[in-house]
Every structure is written in structure tokens, then in C-alpha cells.
Design a protein around this ligand. Sequence first.
Ligand code: XIL
Length: 408
Amino acid sequence: MKTPRPVTYICRSLLLAALVIHTATAADRSALKDAYQEHFLVGAAINRTIALSASIQANNVRRNAEQVGKDIALTKEQFNQVSPENDLKWQLIHPREGSDGYDFAPADAFVNFGLSNNLYLVGHTLVWHSQTPNWVFAGTNPPPPTDSDAAAGGPGRGFGRFGYNGPRASREELLQRMRDHIHTVVGRYKGKVKAWDVVNEALADGGTNVLRNSLWLQIIGPDFIVKAFQFAHEADPDAILRYNDYGLENPAKRKKLIALIKELQAQKVPVHVIGSQAHVNVGTSFETMDQALAELKTLGLPIHITELDVNSAQGGQRNTAADVSANALATQGGLVSEADERLADAYAGLFRAFLKHRDTVKVVTFWGVNDAVSWRASGKPLLFDGNNQPKPAFDAVIRVAAEPTLKP
Ligand code: XIL
């Protein structure tokens, strides 16, 4: 005859079972970095709250202390690479002129976070038309007359809300500022930050001009790109130097990228990697990404997917442009119908394409760790929701890693 078990015993067993179940879900959750370990690094852009482990306002991000703790835990669990979402941009790290015009603390925190967690560090970004303070372009040369400015695309066009229309620096002054900035920033993190986005988004959207009508182009001329790469190479000869841009899924933009990189290669400019931002939308198919990667590969350089996210907002379905000045438009209108399923399908197709081209794709970075901290939060573009719970798209990406891979 069975002896009845004492209540305390039953309670203890239940508690133990609950504990086991709980730890099992946390420990058993697959990690993106492990699933793709043999093929490429999987990373995320992190913002200042994560780098500093602090509940502070950082650009579009507002997280309480508990949420920050969970965002950090998720970052460590899932990723083996990090990029700084904002803190290495000129406006943040070098807001004022002169050698004492740098604010290194948040960037230092980013680098320390990466080093102490054994993460591959990318630096983003050295030369860009956006998030660059006005003083960089300011000087005593009169700005061009309005009509020639208009002929070049209209005042401020292409500069977004960071436009500067006052008297300008000379070519020599601007080159000197660029050199000082690159030497200081790249030099400070030499050997720690392994890869740099040296020039970001220099290509024009639409039209026949290859280069964007930026102040860099207007003041220095087209060789501003060559100079930026040369300065970065001088500052850290071992660093991997990337040219980074968006919309390369679009054949016309890709053609411009290929023309630009061939020109740089002909001039023996030290450009080592093509950075494809991949701010895409739920309509982006395997075929689209496959075609893009197949063509980009002809340049003979490794490819890094640098800012991956898949916009599910109605406003973002027309194209995959990612100009920061048009971001509000791209995330409005509510989500597409069946957004979760469509997101999962799109991510599965994208990762099949990355795997097919695994001989060339060496890093895949998500632009944010979860939907709540995303620059496109209302487009819910990432694999984890605002509570860091995996979405169906996460499972889809993990499943694809186990599929037989396609031949490149
Ligand atoms: C975005 C950040 O995510 C935002 O927080 C910031 O307000 C604007 O810039 N292409 C890039 C990134 O190269 O630097 C941009 O990041 C997104 C588009």
C-alpha cells in the first residue's frame, strides 16, 4: 500500500519542476550567433543605454532600468558582434571644433562593453552627410549663389535636416578637419575596433549622378571618398575599411555602387568590404537579395550586411530607401496585414540568400536588438518584440540555419 506523500514534499517537487521548466526555456533558446557560427558573425547595433547600462534618453530610445538590463542580457545571449547606433557619429563624438571638442565617454563605453563581452567591434561612421555638426563645413568662403545651388538639387537637398547653408570651409580646411577627426577617432580605438564604416551613403538616390550632392562633395570634390579611406588606413593599417550604403537591393542604386567601387579599386584605394545596410521591407524576397549579392560579389570583396531590418509598416513598402530624413514617412500608416507571418517569410528568404552567399557574406548586423529600441519602432522590423520575446521571424531564421544550404 502506498504511503501518502507529505504536503511539503509535493510542494518542493512542484517548485523544483517549475524551476527546471523555467531554466529550460531560458537556456534552451537558440542563439543566432550559434546557429550561424560556421558561416558569419551575427551582430546588432546597440544604443547608449546598453553601452552605459543606464536608463537614459538616447535618441529615439527610452527604457527603464529593468528593460535596459534585459536588453543587455539579450545582446549577450544572441550576438557576437556590435555596432554603435549613434555614438561614433561625428555629431556625437566630436560636437565642437578643436582637439578638446570631443565627447569620448559614450564611445569609450561602447568599446568597453564590446571588449568585456568578447564581441567583434565595428565603428560607425567616419564621413557622412548626416549627423555631422555645422562647424565641420563652416568657414569664410561664401556659399554658392542660390541659382547654382538650385541647379545642383535645391538648397539643403540631400542634407536632410542637418543642412548647413552658411559660409563654407575651403577644400584644404575641410580635408584637414577630416584628417584630424579620422586620425583621432580611429587612432583612439586602434586594434579594438576591427572594422570601420569609413564613408556612409555617398551615393545619390535616383537621377543619373553617381554621388549624392553633399557638402563633402561640394566642398572637397569627388575625391573626398579616396581621402577618407587613405586617412583611415594611415590611422590603423590593420583595420578593415568598409564603404557602406543603403538600397543596394535596387538595381539602379547597385549599378552606382559598382561604378564607385570599381573606380576606387582602379585607384588602389584601401576599401576592403562592401557594407550593404539592408533596411528592407516585408516585400523583399530571397530572389531580390540573391540577385543583389550575386552582383555585388563580382567586385571581389567580402560583403557585410550592416544594418538589417525589415520594415512592416505600410509607409515603408514602396522602396528600400533609408535616408534618415524620410524615416517618419517610412514608418507610418500602421502595419501591413499578417505582419508577423510576412516578416517571418521575408527574414527566411533573406537568410537563405545570406547562406547561399556565405563564401562572401561575413557579418550580418541587425539595426537594433528589439522592436522597442529600433529607429523604425513603428515598423516592428526586428526578431524580438519590445519585451525581448522572440517573434515568429526569430524561429524562421533559426530554422533556416538548419536547412541544407544552396550552392553559391
Ligand atoms: C539612425 C539611428 O538608428 C537613429 O537613432 C538616428 O536618429 C538616425 O540614424 N543609416 C545609417 C544609420 O547609416 O546610421 C542610421 O541610424 C540609419 C540609416
